[in-house]
Design a protein around this ligand. Sequence first.
Ligand code: PEP
Ligand code: MG
Length: 598
Amino acid sequence: MKNEATADQGKKTFVLKGIGVSPGVVIGKVYRFDPLDAQISFYKLHDASLIPAEIERFKKALKESTRQLLEIQEKLKKTKVTEPLYIIDVHILILSDKKFVNRTIKYIQRLGVNAEWAVRMTLDHYKQIFEDVEDPYIRGRISDVQYVSQRVLRNLTGEKGEIVWEVGHDGVVIVSHDLSPADTAQMKLDKVIGFATDSGGRTSHTAIVARSMELPAVVGLDSVTRFVRTGDEIIVDGNSGLVVINPYPDMLKRYEEKRRHLDAAKDEYLKYAKLPATTLDQYRIRIGSNIEFIEEIPSAILHGAEHIGLYRTEFIYIYREDLPSEEDHYNNYCQVLTEKSLEWATIRTFDLGGDKFPNYQKQAKELNPQMGLRAIRFCLKEVELFKTQLRAIWRAGAVGKVKILFPMISCIEEIREAKRLLEETRRELLAEGQKIADSMEIGIMIEVPAAAMIADQLAREVDYFSIGTNDLIQYALAIDRSNERVTYLYEPLHPAVLRLIKKIVDTAHEAGIRVAMCGEMAGDPMFSLILLGMQLDEFSMNHLAIPRIKRIIQQSTLAEAKELMEKAMTFNNAEDVRAYVQDYMFRRFPDEFQKKEE
Ligand code: PEP
Ligand code: MG
């Protein structure tokens, strides 16, 4: 399945969904590998006297193929990657299989075709036989005959085919229609960081080999090879089975974060992930996951998400050039909401604009998109588009617990208007006799400083707040979150940011509503205690960060967190706050922070 949009640099962004068969997240450059690229010629032998030489040529190619496979096996024996050894054994057997060999020779003799053509015909013959086999595992084994045939063909055409050895630069993701064990096994591990293939399933060779090499891999992508060229930027998310080609800067950043948290998602941490984030003195923070795609949900649950705290629905728009219909929205939301192990899902209405899909067709180019017609502002201008989404959220609320979240609210009129439209759609749906949620909690993202300043007034309008620190920091400190030149100034521990957060939390609690945080700050273990000290009710984060954050909370007390927070807030500059917090966290949780932060 393919989702596309146009990335900033003019290159198209594609998001493809396949099967994640080897976990982990990598970001790198594509190396397009196609073993079938070899230019194969097919011709008739114009004289019968040429036949013996052609058979000889075929036999030589068989011999050469066997020799190559044995050589690869020898090399493999010296490495830790042993899995492919046995599969290569099977391939060597096929090369000497009488039926495979004799059938090919028969084609050369009887039809007077060249050896390449004869091999192709033999392969087609086997394909037909395998297609009729019911057992999917056996049916899938046609790939073995295919790999062997490809190797023989490459040897016939004089192409030695060990192309991957020539991968020019480091950090490449191999993208191919399929990969034989021999292809994968001989790649230089220090250069290859992941795989993405059109075909294959959980038990395919690429999957087995990738797992034994501990490299992230997504297979069964159907047509990834059609969308990439060598040198394209690519993200392979082996946990969620997603591949992103030419990602937006925004997506890239989020995946870099995910990668940073991978250590924390390893087995040793997973045992804490299922337990609640309750401190030693019994203060519990609910932990949710941020998602962009529904495919991330199984991994989110595995890593300890109790709910979805932020579903960035604008990613539904990357699916298409045309607009998603109400049914498209509805189907997506139902998939999240029917997930039994999640307590609820927070659906954020779309946040188009800013750094998200800047070239989206309905939006004009703006000089300053972060401060432009973005998020709720855009929705309130494009009312029909907005109402389509609101209708779908109401309807999906009939199948599971949903909370709605409006982004980028900066004044009371915006939330009132959003609520008015929400109520209008509710009435319309009821009049149509549609099944909808009985009720729905309404929340707003507090991510504009103006909203923080009028939080007391906004709190009267809604059921909960969710603090979006990614934007809150950018607007509070006047730092474009996607501008690398000012990244060094992007400091969550800036006293102004801490005061804003504290003010939001305290105001929410005074008004008797809950307050969550769903910005990246919530998923950074360095900030766990200071935020705990402020007594947030919920954190939502990239799911790979959850196990480590839970672990820190489980080992802490609310009392110490409050003390740390109060002390941190006495400093008048970010540098001193950071020095203090870092020093405390390193000493308090040596195992958690050892080396991982560097
Ligand atoms: C935020 O701004 O902190 C947030 C969670 O929203 P997004 O990153 O999607 O803008
Ligand atoms: Mg935001």
